[in-house]
Design a protein around this ligand. Structure first.
Ligand SMILES: O=C(O)CCC(=O)C(=O)O
Ligand SMILES: [Fe+2]
Length: 287
């Protein structure tokens, strides 16, 4: 089968067909996917992938070190990790025999995964095993386009700024809906990052703040910080910068957290069960 790439919308996303990611030794699979994800603004959709948890982990590790392996995710998500593969974070609303099968309502707010770590996530690789017949879409926004659409005056103003990212530290994060492990609120889950970062591979500048994890801008009063961050968020989530994914079973989505945000829409009650692996990235470099 021929490999075919189809753009999903002008702002972000491409669908690739004709690739089977269960065999990472085939050709230059990882190199081609890296190039494709960069060309598509940080989002790739691969349909109809048949993946065991082990194959999912092996495929993901080919992109870099993984959370759950090289470094652990925060304790709060421990109950949701796959019992045999700690590299797999289960995102699900399912309960079987009284046991939750994953984190319910994960990511139902705009965010970039694990941005509260010194080395935040690079790629997240989410595999849709059971998806609702309707609803449960995931929306992505392109933070490079969002940056580029700012005025020169705004770009100049935000260029030197840094923000604090804090696990459970942003008021509108859905973490407030459930118990958070106390020790997660300490040292390891707080980081300072530049507001504008340079992508290590493309060299493009992206906005790197998000409502889920960014608590405040350094050096500003709370009111000033909220106003400026609020403007940047409103700006970044314009529909023109977005793609909304309607899931089919066996879809595998790769997104680059360095230059995108995502939002899981909580509008369904049918069973939804997904496996996510998360590749650890580099320390963000200021533009
Ligand atoms: O459930 C989804 O669609 C995405 C949830 C999320 O934020 C994630 O897996 O990182
Ligand atoms: Fe997420």
């Amino acid at each position: 089968m021929d490999v075919k790439t189809t753009r999903l919308c002008p702002a972000i996303g491409a669908e690739i067909s004709g690739l089977d990611v269960s065999d990472i030794s085939s050709g230059n699979l990882i190199g081609e996917l890296r190039q494709a994800v960069n060309e598509a603004g940080g989002l790739l959709v691969l349909r109809d992938q048949e993946l065991t948890p082990e194959q999912h982990v092996d495929f993901s590790r080919a992109f870099g070190p993984l959370f759950g392996e090289a470094e652990q995710l925060q304790n709060t998500v421990k109950p949701y990790l796959h019992p045999d593969f700690p590299q797999i974070y289960r995102v699900s609303n399912k309960v079987v025999d009284g046991k939750v099968q994953g984190r319910q309502r994960a990511g139902t707010y705009w965010h970039s995964d694990v941005s509260f770590r010194k080395k935040p996530a690079m790629f997240s690789i989410l595999y849709g095993i059971e998806v609702p017949p309707l609803g449960g879409d995931t929306v992505f926004t392109n933070m490079t386009l969002a940056y580029e659409a700012l005025s020169d005056a705004m770009k100049e103003m935000i260029a030197p700024l840094h923000a604090v990212h804090h696990f459970a530290g942003a008021s509108n994060a859905a973490w407030s809906h459930e118990k958070v492990e106390e020790e997660d609120l300490e040292g390891a889950n707080v980081a300072e990052h530049p507001v504008v970062r340079i992508h290590a591979e493309t060299g493009a500048k992206s906005l790197f703040v998000n409502p889920g994890n960014t608590s405040h801008l350094i050096g500003f009063s709370p009111e000033e910080s909220n106003a400026l961050l609020g403007f940047l968020y409103e700006h970044a989530i314009q529909p023109e910068f977005q793609y909304r994914h309607r899931w089919c079973p066996r879809d595998l989505i790769i997104w680059d957290n360095r230059c995108t945000l995502h939002y899981a829409i909580s509008d369904y009650s049918a069973d939804r069960y997904m496996h996510r692996t998360t590749v650890i990235g580099e320390e963000p470099v200021a533009a």
